[in-house]
Design a protein around this ligand. Structure first.
Ligand SMILES: [Zn+2]
Length: 149
């Protein structure tokens, strides 16, 4: 999305501090669900008339938003956990570990999208894209929801 590419990089989502293992353990438990960007997107989509379920476990990858009848799935991915090209910086310690971990996360996401297959329209947003312009992201999703079925 061009509007996203033109914006200056955000400060590190972790305030620039390296992630220590204890903290990262906590973060890995809490990551992903009901984050601020996800809530922003959800409310924008809802206001525009898009209807969806959240974290539907029977759909591959448990998308953050999904509409099975319309075959639309949306993943809101953290800039750190999914290696956003603009914002991912490996922490200063255990760089190899983190780089490998993020790489695996990206591969898992790609496999999930493959599993959903061509019949689904799948959106993958980085958090920063939604924070930068939640309306544009929501418009894309709502358009797909209105076309699908
Ligand atoms: Zn980002």
């Amino acid at each position: 999305m061009s509007s996203v590419k033109n914006r200056p990089p955000l400060l590190s989502l972790f305030g620039g501090a390296p992630v220590d293992p204890l903290r990262s353990k906590t973060m890995s438990r809490i990551r992903g669900k009901n984050t601020r960007p996800e809530m922003l997107l959800r409310s924008a989509v809802w206001r525009k008339g898009g209807r969806y379920r959240c974290h539907a476990k029977e759909i591959p990858g448990t998308p953050d938003l999904a509409n099975t009848a319309k075959r639309v799935a949306v993943f809101v991915d953290g800039c750190f956990w999914h290696g956003c090209p603009m914002h991912f910086r490996p922490p200063k310690t255990r760089q190899r570990f983190w780089t490998e971990k993020i790489k695996r996360n990206r591969e898992t996401r790609k496999r999930t999208i493959d599993r959903l297959g061509p019949r689904w329209r799948v959106f993958q947003f980085y958090e920063c894209e939604i924070l930068s312009d939640s309306q544009v992201c929501a418009d894309l999703v709502v358009r797909a929801l209105k076309q699908g079925g």
